[in-house]
Design a protein around this ligand. Structure first.
Ligand SMILES: [Zn+2]
Length: 346
């Protein structure tokens, strides 16, 4: 045991004088390496009796543990010392201008869909609307039946649907099921918008994606008429597309509204004169809208004699394309950094 303690004292003294990692590793090899002094002590085991072997083995292990800790502690101390020295040597010039051009190459930006969503949420929030969402996976009732689209209704064929194997659940084909969920859960009067990702089993081209986005809106109150809807949508269009933007209503068919309309806005590129974007008409489709069908109110648990409402749904991707002049909807989900980097805020 005395020789062990001597060895520990010797190593402690030697380690103190080391001040580099390389020096420390060399010293460690002298004691713990294959030919090292500590390793050599194992030779005692060969000639020892079984009793002694057990005792010597335990003592040897304890010694190795102490010596290893000595080296590890020193290594940690050297590492910290080196880092501190490096920090002390580094000089910062706080008067230097930030290198924006170099840095901005590495910096991300918000996706145009996120920019539109935030803008819409801010606007609607300021008008007292709630912001809602619903599940991606819907059942037949919420996606179709409750929205006045019974089985075998031709409107079901208008929306190519991703059905699950049970033929009851599907990926929501539009944002309108959120209307039903809202009516079932909220106490009228209420108003909300719901920015939502929706899915259609469609062929993909420059203006069609299998997954795209809609913003649904609904107002439920007493004695709501078309005039309320028109006033509201005109204000909305002017707020988000500019006060010079004109609107027009065309009749349109959506099973969940009666009467139903398509709202057009003057083309932002030619301001109504006609160009290739608006196919010469001067108008572009902005959203579908209408007064909520009594069957839909009933499906949502509301009495159509007491409550009425209007709803609108606009293509969120299409709105982003109009706003930012994006010519192909597939860019929006391309995950191509060259595309998204164009929308940095500086
Ligand atoms: Zn135009």
């Amino acid at each position: 045991m005395d020789s062990y303690n001597q060895l520990i004292e010797e190593i402690t003294a030697n380690v103190q004088h080391i001040n580099s990692e390389a020096g420390l590793f060399q010293l460690k090899a002298e004691y713990l390496g294959k030919q090292g002094k500590v390793t050599a002590l194992s030779a005692q085991l060969k000639s020892a009796s079984v009793e002694e072997k057990k005792r010597i083995g335990q003592e040897l292990n304890a010694l190795k543990e102490i010596v290893t800790k000595l080296f590890n502690d020193k290594l940690q101390a050297i590492t910290i010392e080196q880092a501190n020295a490096q920090i002390a040597q580094t000089q910062y010039d706080t008067s230097l201008r930030a290198e924006w051009n170099k840095r901005s190459r590495l910096q991300g930006g918000y996706h145009p869909l996120t920019l539109i969503k935030r803008e819409m949420e801010d606007l609607f929030h300021s008008m007292g609307f709630a912001i809602l969402d619903g599940p991606f996976i819907e059942d037949e009732f919420h996606n179709f039946t409750a929205l006045n689209i019974p089985q075998a209704h031709p409107a079901r064929d208008m929306q190519d649907t991703f059905w699950f194997a049970d033929k009851v659940h599907c990926l929501r084909t539009h944002a309108s099921p959120i209307e039903i969920r809202a009516m079932q859960e909220l106490t009228p009067p209420f108003k909300f918008i719901a920015p939502a990702k929706v899915f259609r089993n469609e062929e993909i081209d420059a203006s069609h994606e299998a997954a795209f986005h809609q913003i649904e809106g609904m107002v439920i109150d007493k004695n709501i008429g078309v005039q309320h809807m028109v006033y509201f949508l005109e204000k909305l269009v002017q707020e988000i597309l500019g006060h010079h933007t004109k609107t027009r209503l065309r009749s349109g068919f959506f099973p969940f509204v009666e009467p139903g309309f398509e709202l057009d806005v003057t083309c932002h590129l030619c301001e109504g004169a006609g160009c290739s974007f608006c196919k010469g008409s001067g108008w572009i489709e902005f959203c579908g809208c209408g007064l909520t069908h009594p069957n839909v109110l009933i499906a949502g648990g509301l009495d159509p004699n007491e409550w009425s409402g209007f709803a609108f749904g606009l293509g969120w991707d299409r709105f982003a394309m109009i706003r930012y002049g994006i010519e192909d909807i597939r860019h929006l989900q391309s995950a191509d950094l060259r595309f998204s980097q164009q929308f940095r805020s500086y």
